[in-house]
Write a protein that binds this ligand. Structure first.
Ligand code: CA
Length: 225
């Protein structure tokens, strides 16, 4: 999942980026409104965190630009004071939630996760399933046949991607960009290694096997015949 953060205060911006990356999100950080709006309109994000007071154009203008362009990603705005007018204005302009600075990172993360769950697709389930495998997006837990499977955050993201697009062959370049935020030309077998580890955890000792290699093409999650 990819998040845009627009925040001009260096420390807050770095702290948000770092924290969200540790929570296994891919993060782009813009330091002013124009840069933020440009990114919002040219890249695909699952959510945006917008500071209101920004140099150049402010957070409200960024938000209006995003909505005018028909982008419906959830937007969480950050306001410096607990000002009712500010809140109302933000929500009227099409923001989905807000936080008053200073805030605890855990609070921001909780809001982000809630918005992503609701994210435009109001009815999206908190669970992804294939055969007896279940991924709980809310609690970030995975079980197979009711048995808990411990995954690293990258493995979780990889499995989430495979499950969201099950039945579809995913090229390694797509997996690299979605899960690792890197280009495929990086000379690395990181994806193969991650797939192998994930397979041991998800498929060893279970039937049917779910993670399939499609030679020369990529990987697909589906119940093997
Ligand atoms: Ca600011």
């Amino acid at each position: 999942m990819k998040i845009l953060v627009v925040e001009d205060e260096q420390k807050t911006g770095d702290y948000l980026r770092q924290g969200l990356m540790e929570a296994s999100f891919i993060v782009d950080l813009a330091r002013d409104g124009l840069d933020g709006l440009h990114l919002a309109l040219t890249e695909a994000y699952d959510l945006a965190v917008l500071d209101v007071k920004l140099p150049g154009i402010d957070g409200w203008q960024v938000l209006q630009g995003i909505r005018r362009a028909g982008k419906d990603m959830p937007v969480l705005f950050l306001t410096a004071r607990d000002d009712v007018e500010d809140r109302v204005k933000g929500l009227e302009l099409g923001a989905d939630d807000y936080l008053v600075k200073p805030f605890a990172f855990s609070e921001l993360l909780a809001r982000v996760r809630t918005l992503l769950r609701r994210g435009g697709k109001a009815k999206e389930s908190d669970f992804l399933n294939a055969a007896d495998l279940e991924l709980d997006l809310l609690r970030r837990r995975v079980t197979r046949s009711g048995r808990k499977i411990d995954l690293t955050s990258k493995e979780f993201s990889l499995l989430e991607l495979l499950l969201r697009r099950q039945g579809e062959v995913l090229p390694r370049s797509l997996i690299a960009s979605q899960v690792w935020d890197m280009n495929f030309d990086s000379d690395t077998n990181v994806i193969e290694v991650a797939i192998r580890r994930l397979r041991v955890k998800v498929d060893d000792g279970f039937e049917p096997k779910l993670i399939q290699t499609v030679r020369g093409m990529g990987y697909v999650l589906e119940a093997a015949e």
